[in-house]
Design a protein around this ligand. Structure first.
Ligand code: SF4
Ligand code: SF4
Ligand code: SF4
Length: 238
């Protein structure tokens, strides 16, 4: 479980850094910047996450996302509960990304690069408005966790996840080397420990039994591999 201790420590640091970084993940700032023809920090961030997903899938979600870490900290609220569903985040993402593209076209493209746009010298929490926005995000996250179960924000709402899902789908198409879950030759005893402990509420036991280890909702945390006493699952780069 050393890997999980390390992962939790790194993601907890990202949670405490989130007041400094959250503008770089903001869905609003990129819309506002695009309307003025500015390439802002979150523009770079979303492209980086898309490219990163070609090699590391959604590992960012389990290792480095402050919002993901916040949900793990809140996870005792609804530990073994997860309402399934993937559609809502696409219903949020598609109109949002369309708006960004339309605004950029109306402004005849981008004319300026400003990675620290809408930050206070690079630091996100710079005014009472950004503090309110930050508290609102945490409040939505808390409610979602309570109503819909573990990592509900990631599974149902997050506008960042689709960039990584699309990156992962492209990786699957190109079959380039990447971090993935692999089924070993060790026989599964159907104890369901992996399913019970999956951070994203996935039916890992079924993934093992059907030998379908690829799932774009998997955030490659490795928890299932680490709790399986029979060592049926490995997380590796191949
Ligand atoms: S799905 Fe979104 S909120 Fe959840 S960990 Fe990934 S980037 Fe963060
Ligand atoms: S924890 Fe291991 S043995 Fe148990 S169901 Fe999962 S893969 Fe099978
Ligand atoms: S399937 Fe395993 S690696 Fe993927 S999210 Fe669930 S516990 Fe983590």
């Amino acid at each position: 479980m050393k890997r999980q201790i390390l992962r939790r420590r790194i993601s907890t640091i990202s949670f405490f850094l989130f007041p400094a970084t959250f503008v770089y993940f903001s869905p609003y700032v990129i819309v506002d910047a695009s309307a003025k023809g500015i390439i802002c920090g979150s523009f770079f961030m979303f492209i980086l996450l898309f490219i990163g997903a070609l090699f590391f899938g959604r590992a960012f979600c389990s290792w480095a996302c402050g919002l993901g870490a916040a949900q793990e900290i809140l996870s005792p609220l609804k530990k073994n509960f997860a309402i399934k569903g993937r559609i809502i985040k696409w219903l949020i993402w598609i109109p949002w990304i369309t708006t960004i593209i339309i605004l950029a076209i109306r402004h005849e493209g981008y004319h300026e690069i400003n990675p620290i746009y809408r930050t206070n010298h690079g630091f996100s929490l710079g005014s009472i408005y950004t503090a309110i926005a930050y508290m609102c995000v945490l409040f939505v996250l808390l409610i979602a966790q309570f109503m819909v179960g573990k990592r509900s924000y990631c599974r149902h709402i997050c506008w960042i996840a689709p960039f990584m899902i699309l990156g992962r789908k492209l990786q699957n198409l190109l079959k380039t080397p990447s971090l993935k879950l692999v089924k070993t030759d060790s026989p599964c005893i159907n104890c369901k420990k992996c399913t019970k402990n999956c951070l994203m509420g996935l039916d890992v036991e079924n993934m093992i039994n059907t030998n379908k280890m690829e799932n774009t909702e998997c955030i490659l945390c490795g928890t299932c591999a680490d709790v399986c006493n029979k060592e049926c699952i490995k997380l590796k780069f191949q």
